[in-house]
Design a binder for this molecule. Sequence first.
Ligand SMILES: CC[C@H](C(=O)O)C(=O)SCCNC(=O)CCNC(=O)[C@H](O)C(C)(C)COP(=O)(O)OP(=O)(O)OC[C@H]1O[C@@H](n2cnc3c(N)ncnc32)[C@H](O)[C@@H]1OP(=O)(O)O
Length: 285
Amino acid sequence: MNNAMLLHRLASLRQVTQAASIHTHVKTIAQLSSKYEKDEAKENWLKEQGDGGSVKYTRNGSNPDLGQVTFHHKEKLNAFTGAMMHDFSLAVREAVKDERTRCVVVRGENGNFCSGGELNFVEKIASEEGSYVMNTVMMSSLKKLANSDKVSIAVLEGSTMGGASEIASACDIRVGFVQGKMGVCPGWGGGRFLVKTLGTARAMEYLSTAAVVGAEELHKVSKHAFVAAKRMVVNYSGKNRNPKEREEEERRIFMSVWGHADHKKSIHDIRENLIRAKKEKSHKK
Ligand SMILES: CC[C@H](C(=O)O)C(=O)SCCNC(=O)CCNC(=O)[C@H](O)C(C)(C)COP(=O)(O)OP(=O)(O)OC[C@H]1O[C@@H](n2cnc3c(N)ncnc32)[C@H](O)[C@@H]1OP(=O)(O)O
């Protein structure tokens, strides 16, 4: 991307910054938090929005120190439905409470970690209520994993896309973030872990380019996602902010882009790309 393009792009960001007010969400969050007081109500709402797949907590028979959280949805590369977010919450609660283990392995079945949100489910909950419930449930699970005294290890085989990269970032040890190209920012509560793990510069690079590529890719990242990425990094790099305020600000930033036209178009585009790729694969056979 040459300088003129970059300057044009940055100039257009100013309009987005002014237009994309996140203050409307403060009232909505207050209403939704009183509607969904208990975690269980939010977990059950997610389960009702999208079934398919499961997440289980097991103990490793040969190694009693090891617990394992496994994603089961191999036909969709372990993409997370609402039912899997529900199960993930229960599995993480069980894993961090298990006094018999010292380490939790987080992995997907069939040689893939996880391909992020399941697209039909993601499209179905592309609303303010959906963003609030998904963000609070997944953020709560990632915080439990990150704050537990157990060592967590993410086994990043095959695909680790979108929200899956946030699960990985909450683990202590982990072996790409596509949210930017979808017009959104981390929505499973992974913003804090990205900054904590990578530092502000790398976190901004990951969030604003949606992958580790050259600046020419920058032009594909939605303006709204770019602004949200900057807010996300500033939120966790600013001084004198208490964790609760930062968590609420991360939620507001996410809710300002979730369900946006860019986001809905990206879901459509990803689905089209998958169909095209599948056709190309079948032609090659
Ligand atoms: C805040 C987080 C954010 C959100 O919640 O909004 C997200 O996480 S959104 C989801 C972000 N994830 C993606 O964009 C990944 C989409 N998938 C791919 O790009 C590819 O599948 C890839 C690169 C991961 C693997 O490609 P490969 O060619 O190896 O496999 P296929 O594409 O043929 O996939 C096999 C099979 O799985 C289905 N699939 C894969 N990912 C998803 C998904 N995220 N949701 C639903 N289904 C998914 C794919 O359609 C194929 O199914 P089939 O029935 O055989 O067509």
